[in-house]
Design a protein around this ligand. Structure first.
Ligand code: 8YV
Length: 324
């Protein structure tokens, strides 16, 4: 009998067809999330789960007695409770690399939009408020030749740095848990201690995975170190920032503006003060969201699950679960 798996969100037909060659698949194909109760029912007999952001903790694992592997369609796996998964011997996989360039593009969209006030001025034109030819009140700040500070120099960080150096002739400094000598040489970027990066950057960009060490990494103290002209960009996870401190920093003019793809709570609440600030560009967590990249991520997640359930080491086994 073929193993049963659950896919708790719609995936492209080609990906489902591939999975169906190997497994008996139950896929949630409606819009909106699959409820916990329906998922728990489906998980009774399942050996595998494909998801993208569902919390994989003891509460879920206790309802999934036959589960062996969870494959997430995301590079981030902060929704994996690693110790709960380890305790039950559950394998976890993610989808690194296929999204690097796509997320780097989006990071630059936020940098440019925040610096040149693209979203705010789009509204200005469409509202019919453009009356004079030129107007100082519409001026922005330069991106080219400015200093970009990247916190988190992984593969996406490198793709952002490459765009900044080659395309915009920016100075790029970075902070990371460990230094990256190869990236420093290849991209001509410089490592800086965090405080120095915060003090000297025109754009501070957060691209770090969410871990206990990076939770609220940027708070009131860090915003105070930044230039008053600094623009803060977050394409990592909302919880890496103290959102109340960010709101305060923007309100009080401690920094100039922000470009955000992620929030403490998602979907962001319509009454979140960030949404009413003209100097903040807000996107709905779409870093990797192009049709091609989302397809590639879903297919990679499928391949990871096929490997995991056929007794091979999946290509993208998450490192903390490697010694299982
Ligand atoms: C995912 C992401 O699409 O890969 C990640 O870590 O943040 C996104 O690309 C998102 O997790 C889907 O919920």
């Amino acid at each position: 009998m073929r193993p049963k798996i659950v896919i708790d969100r719609p995936v492209p037909a080609e990906v489902l067809a591939y999975l169906s060659q190997h497994f008996d698949c139950t896929m949630w194909d409606r819009s909106g999330p699959m409820s916990d109760d329906l998922l728990y029912d489906a998980l009774q007999e399942a050996q595998g789960l494909v998801t993208s952001s569902r919390r994989i903790d003891e509460a879920l694992l206790a309802r999934a007695p036959k589960l062996k592997a969870v494959s997430t369609i995301s590079v981030g796996y902060n929704h994996f409770d690693i110790s709960a998964m380890k305790a039950r011997g559950i394998i976890g996989t993610n989808t690194p690399n296929v999204l690097n360039e796509t997320v780097a593009d989006l990071a630059f969209a936020l940098i440019l939009a925040a610096a040149r006030r693209v979203a705010e001025l789009d509204r200005y034109v469409k509202d019919g408020r453009w009356r004079r030819e030129d107007n100082e009140s519409l001026f922005g700040v330069d991106v080219h030749h400015a200093t970009l500070g990247i916190i988190g120099m992984g593969r996406i960080g490198e793709a952002i740095a490459r765009r900044a150096r080659l395309g915009f002739r920016m100075d790029v400094v970075y902070y990371n848990r460990g230094r990256k000598p190869e990236a420093e040489r290849e991209l001509d970027i410089a490592y800086k201690p965090m405080d120095e990066l915060l003090r000297t950057s025109d754009f501070v960009l957060l691209m770090t995975p969410l871990t206990p060490e990076t939770t609220k990494l940027i708070g009131r103290e860090q915003f105070r170190l930044m230039k008053r002209s600094a623009i803060f960009i977050n394409v990592s996870r909302g919880q890496t920032v103290d959102e109340a401190a960010l709101i305060e920093a923007l309100r009080e003019g401690t920094i100039r503006g922000a470009g955000l793809d992620v929030y403490e709570n998602e979907p962001v609440s319509p009454d979140n003060p960030l949404l009413a600030m003209p100097n903040v560009v807000t996107l709905p967590h779409i870093g990797s969201a192009t049709a091609k990249t989302r397809f590639d991520m879903a297919m990679l997640a499928a391949r990871n699950l096929v490997a995991a359930l056929s007794g091979q080491v999946p290509p993208d086994l998450v490192s903390e679960l490697k010694e299982l």
